[in-house]
Ligand binder design. Structure first.
Ligand SMILES: [Zn+2]
Length: 535
């Protein structure tokens, strides 16, 4: 049960076993997970271990208590409950109501001083206070979950259980020994934990907010030790994970009495009563937070939505948070998430000057909010809000101007944007050049109808600001600077791929936002440990 890493003052093991496959795994390229677990700095997690054992004690104490229903009123029918839950959703609140909680916040768990002295904890050393069987070691359980993610599997109990049972090197590096078949099944703390114990560990960690705290700690360490260097920009986007639930379509009337419908997960109860229709326990959503996510006109996903924020130059994800209601529009999730990330990592707020997002955030009010409340510039991909090109009242020889503000001439050339003249409120464009530098107009068959002068630099046109009302003259998306900045935005797609494909799975195996947030946190912990290792 001893970890290969020892602290000063700790006695070295009398016998140090060297396993041949350990040496092999330490030397293989794909063995990052093994090296990270082998050299795991467990002493950095002693505070969390103390908090975990406290939470476990509380969990076991509460498990013995019966929860009694508090109200004696007539029970709510399932149909009533469905509508109550529907109108409680953040995407359903009216405009007069207080602004809904966009980001999932979980239960507020106050970080109290642990009653267990963290300094007395070590791998295999559990606090003596707990009665009954010796609990499974926190460090071993933590390593099992993180190691599972490092190997590219979802860090969920079923997967951890499978790997511990089938991969002896993994079980051993986590500090567990397999149960031997021919021996009597006596309980030992060092035996590989049962699936039920893994589920309990995950649940205690989740409910005590410990996955989140460890994640914040990992990111903070990477920011302070130079693994992550400061950048001037943040980039964000949302992504979906497929829900482990089904939905039903509810019909209701909106404020104006108009018939509407919305998809929602089914209602359920957590009690073990025989008859749910008459028992007094509350109806809840079976998969709170799940909703329909519209990817395109033909693609709709039933899932959970996460907002991801990272640093574009290094391509490093800093945070991933569950959205309270997956049906929330992307334009609403970015501001609260940036605010939360800057609050959580104060060193970032010193360097961040600009944030990048896709066209979902191309909104003047939102840009002003970023500027006024955070002092940050929001740069979003241009959303023209129209699909048809402009074809009337155009300069001679110009066939159309695309919704993105690009004129196309009758010979089919796209004109280059040159700048604006504020004095006469016009955008200036020029005909493009061939690769050899010669203007396309010089040998153009349309030249006679279009260019009327022997102009070597080709046709120049001006377009009034009024012709393109969708374009902000102070920040035109045709400008080179705009394009150069927005070229960094897609790096967030690669961060999402890392988190969703390389370190977990896009199909969830649990319901509810609490589990979803924990899933994101576990993935982020593995991601930042890997970053530190590769640094
Ligand atoms: Zn009940």
């Amino acid at each position: 049960m001893l970890s290969p890493q020892l602290l000063e003052g700790y006695q070295a093991p009398l016998i140090h076993e060297v396993h041949a496959d350990d040496q092999y795994l330490l030397n293989t390229l794909e063995g990052e997970w093994f090296e990270i677990l082998h050299h795991f700095r467990w002493w950095d997690y002693r505070e969390h271990a103390g908090a975990y054992y406290d939470a476990l004690y509380e969990f076991n104490r509460q498990a013995g208590e019966q929860t009694a229903p508090t109200e004696e009123t007539a029970p709510e029918t399932q149909a009533q409950a469905k509508l109550r839950l529907l109108f409680d959703r953040p995407t359903m609140t009216s405009e007069e109501a207080p602004p809904p909680q966009i980001l999932y916040q979980g239960q507020v768990v106050e970080a109290t001083e642990p009653t267990v002295d963290p300094q007395t904890l070590a791998p295999g050393v559990v606090p003596p206070r707990l009665v009954g069987r010796k609990p499974k070691c926190f460090f071993g359980l933590l390593k099992s979950f993180i190691g599972t993610a490092l190997m590219g599997f979802p860090a969920e109990p079923e997967q951890v259980d499978l790997l511990l049972k089938t991969n002896p090197s993994f079980a051993r590096v986590c500090g567990f020994v397999p149960k031997e078949k021919d021996k009597a099944p006596t309980y030992q703390g060092s035996h590989i934990p049962s699936l039920r114990k893994l589920e309990q560990f995950d649940q205690v960690m989740r409910q005590a907010g410990l996955w989140d705290r460890i994640k914040v700690n990992e990111v903070t360490i990477n920011l302070h030790t130079g693994v992550i260097t400061p950048e001037k920009e943040l980039v964000g986007d949302t992504t979906h994970y497929r829900a482990y639930s089904s939905f039903e379509t509810l019909h209701y009337e909106d404020d104006k009495g108009k018939a509407q419908k919305k998809s929602q997960s089914k209602t359920t109860k957590t009690c073990a009563c025989d008859d749910w229709s008459s028992c007094p326990h509350e109806w809840i959503l079976s998969d709170e937070g799940a909703g329909t996510i519209v990817k395109s006109k033909t693609k709709i996903v039933w899932g959970h939505k996460a907002s991801v924020i990272g640093l574009p130059q290094q391509g490093i994800a800093l945070d991933a948070v569950a959205i309270s209601d997956a049906a929330t529009h992307d334009g609403k999730t970015f501001f609260p998430h940036v605010e939360q990330v800057l609050g959580c990592y104060p060193s970032l707020s010193e360097s961040i000057e600009r944030v990048l997002y896709d066209s979902a955030c191309d909104d003047a009010t939102l840009k002003a909010q970023f500027q006024d409340e955070l002092g940050i510039e929001l740069k979003a991909s241009f959303n023209p809000r129209r699909t048809k090109p402009i074809t009337e009242h155009l300069p001679r020889g110009i066939e159309k101007i695309t919704p993105y503000g690009v004129p196309v001439c009758s010979a089919g050339y796209e004109f280059d944007y040159k700048g604006c003249r504020y004095a006469n409120e016009t955008f200036v464009y020029q005909a493009p050049c061939h690769k050899d530098g010669a203007c396309v107009c010089l040998e153009c068959p349309e030249r006679l109808q279009c260019c009327n002068r022997t102009n070597q630099s080709g046709r120049t046109i001006t377009v009034s600001f009024d012709t393109l009302p969708q374009i902000d003259p102070n920040d035109p998306p045709m400008a080179k600077r705009f394009k150069a900045i927005m070229r960094r935005r897609p790096s967030v797609e690669r961060m999402i791929k890392r988190l969703k494909c390389d370190l977990s799975d896009e199909r969830l195996s649990k319901r509810g936002n609490e589990s979803f947030q924990a899933y994101l946190d576990k993935t982020m912990i593995a991601y930042h440990l890997l970053l530190r290792y590769l640094y």
